[in-house]
Design a binder for this molecule. Structure first.
Ligand code: SF4
Length: 572
């Protein structure tokens, strides 16, 4: 019954505190989708930022839509009503532009499902003048958007703040023009990528390059904001709702990029530089948020590195506001930041050692030692935090059995620190995931470690820590890490596999679908990639050239095989 779907939408709207509501009756109507549930989508600051940017342009109306929850999904299927937006409950297909903000590979099947529920043809080539244009933007566009290429009419690559206005301006130009002409026009502007203007080639069962059609740029530049342009805009929550991971916290972005350049991580390598928001600018937004909530979440890859973070925390403490942070590094934990956290009621903190050995940590360029980690743990528990979450990875390049033993040892030592500081009633939670090589990083050519090896190493850790009081271990399934790894470095053949599994994406169905599309899983996932062979994302410009990434990869290999510390900066 579709009335239940409408009731759900109304209930969610009623629970929201909106700092911004879309104007009605604009000449450009955008349906902005997040390919996951309302809970996950509303926890994503990027989605909220794009919503604000679009609705901030006079004449533009932007409304949200999300992946239905399982119960809603059954209702959509039973009643046959097309997927609709939250604000006006109009069908997504009635808008001029359907834009998705995509951050994670695991959401790709959701995007296909949402297009299907909206009654839109899945593949861009099947859409006609009666259909809206379909756009994908978001973090994924700075890595490898190719598995989605056949679904989208165009991508907006890079930072939305620099793309939204030119996009709307181009959409307004002669809206009667045919679809193809509008897309060809968009392709001429930096930051917009029209995949249908490029023909993929395959050789020996592998991706072998893209051939641009006449007039299409051979290399596409994503939009990167200068520090000054970054400071002109500030991403912050526009809508507060209890139905998010952070409750009713108002979120704001403190910085973008990361100075550390850990070799497995995309955050540092996706941007040419780190940009910070000045504290006075942040404070203006905090004051605005504090009118609607007493809790503020600071979003940054490395909030402890913000040059004025102590000042900001102190101002928050003085105002009696509670604060939380998206991620913290063990070697950058100023006292005022810890105090702000504890005063905000934080019982649990996450500090990711990634691995349990200084040697392997150096090889992945996570530049702090076990001793520094334990010192941070002492300070955290002493300040009053009860529980610690430790994120770690298994299957990294250069990893040996001894590194797994070292991880067990580090967890035990951290637990001892917890007890010494009088928090024996608290918990240490170790979350283990598998290393997945990501595009645009120095490890982009590395293979995934074999599933059996990863499972055996994870089990070893689980067994070793099984009897430790106060310690819990969670291990991610290597099956799903394999799928993430395939999608992260996939090419256009993956879109057809997504199209055949999106209604029932079991692991078995995935493997059959990929095989059916001629993807050799062993070759794609478990074999090192030849740096001389084209990569599916090779036509998208990246801040770090392949030469620099290769140089850094060689440095990692030297570091892993050498007992001596490598102290120089990775990209120097
Ligand atoms: S510190 Fe964290 S966000 Fe920064 S590069 Fe390393 S893992 Fe990525």
């Amino acid at each position: 019954m579709s009335w239940h779907l409408i009731q759900n939408a109304e209930r969610r709207l009623a629970a929201e505190t909106a700092l911004l509501r879309p104007a009605s009756g604009g000449d450009v109507r955008v349906a902005l989708g997040y390919p996951n549930t309302y809970f996950v989508g509303m926890s994503n600051l990027g989605m909220q930022a794009v919503y604000a940017l679009l609705n901030g342009i006079p004449g533009v109306t932007c409304e949200r839509f999300f992946l239905p929850d399982p119960e809603e999904l059954r209702e959509y299927r039973d009643c046959g009503r097309p997927l609709f937006t939250l604000e006006s409950q109009r069908p997504v297909g009635d808008f001029d532009l359907v834009a998705f903000s995509v951050s994670y590979e695991n959401d790709y099947p959701h995007l296909a499902l949402m297009l299907d529920l909206a009654g839109l043809p899945l593949f861009s080539k099947e859409r006609t003048a009666d259909h809206p244009l379909v756009l994908v933007g978001g973090a994924i566009t700075l890595l490898n958007p190719e598995p989605l290429a056949d679904f989208v009419d165009f991508f907006a690559l890079g930072e939305a703040e620099g793309l939204v206005e030119p996009l709307i301006e181009r959409l307004r130009r002669d809206p009667q023009r045919d679809r193809r002409a509008r897309l060809e026009d968009l392709a001429q502007f930096s930051g917009f990528y029209v995949p249908s203007l490029y023909e993929p080639r395959y050789q020996e069962g592998r991706f072998a390059g893209l051939v641009p059609t006449p007039g299409a740029p051979p290399r596409i530049e994503p939009c990167h904001l200068t520090p000054a342009a970054f400071q002109e805009t500030l991403a912050s929550s526009q809508i507060l709702t209890p139905e998010t991971e952070f409750g009713r916290s108002g979120l704001l972005e403190v910085s973008r990029g990361c100075p550390y350049l850990c070799r497995f991580c995309t955050v540092g390598f996706s941007y040419p530089r780190v940009r910070w928001q000045p504290v006075d600018r942040l404070w203006q937004v905090v004051e605005n948020l504090l009118e609607s909530t007493d809790r503020v979440g600071l979003i940054s890859a490395s909030v402890g590195n913000h040059p004025q973070i102590e000042d900001l925390c102190q101002r928050l403490l003085d105002r009696g506001g509670a604060v939380s942070f998206s991620s913290l590094r063990a070697d950058r934990l100023p006292d005022s930041l810890l105090e702000a956290l504890v005063r905000g009621g934080a019982q649990t903190l996450t500090l990711a050692p990634e691995v349990g050995s200084d040697h392997l940590r150096r090889a992945i360029n996570k530049r702090f030692t076990d001793d520094e980690y334990l010192h941070a743990a002492h300070r955290v528990f002493r300040k009053g935090v009860r529980n610690l979450r430790m994120y770690s990875m298994v299957g990294l390049p250069g990893e040996e059995d001894e590194h797994v033993e070292a991880l067990v040892d580090l967890v035990r030592r951290t637990r001892r620190v917890q007890c010494e500081e009088g928090r024996s009633g608290g918990r240490i939670t170790l979350s283990m995931g598998q290393f997945v090589p990501k595009p645009a990083t120095p490890f982009q050519w590395e293979p995934l470690a074999p599933r059996k090896l990863v499972s055996a190493r994870m089990k070893r850790v689980e067994r070793a820590l099984g009897g430790e009081g106060g310690v819990q271990v969670h291990a991610e399934s290597p099956k799903w890490a394999l799928l993430q790894g395939l999608l992260a470095r996939g090419d256009r053949r993956y879109a057809r596999a997504i199209a055949s599994v999106f209604r029932d994406p079991s692991f078995r169905a995935w493997m059959q679908a990929l095989e059916g599309e001629g993807v050799d899983v062993a070759l794609e996932a478990f074999t090192p990639r030849d740096p001389a062979w084209p990569l599916p994302w090779g036509h998208l410009a990246s801040p770090w050239s392949a030469e620099l990434l290769l140089k850094d990869r060689a440095r990692a290999a030297r570091s892993a095989s050498s007992p001596c510390p490598t102290t120089s900066h990775p990209l120097s």
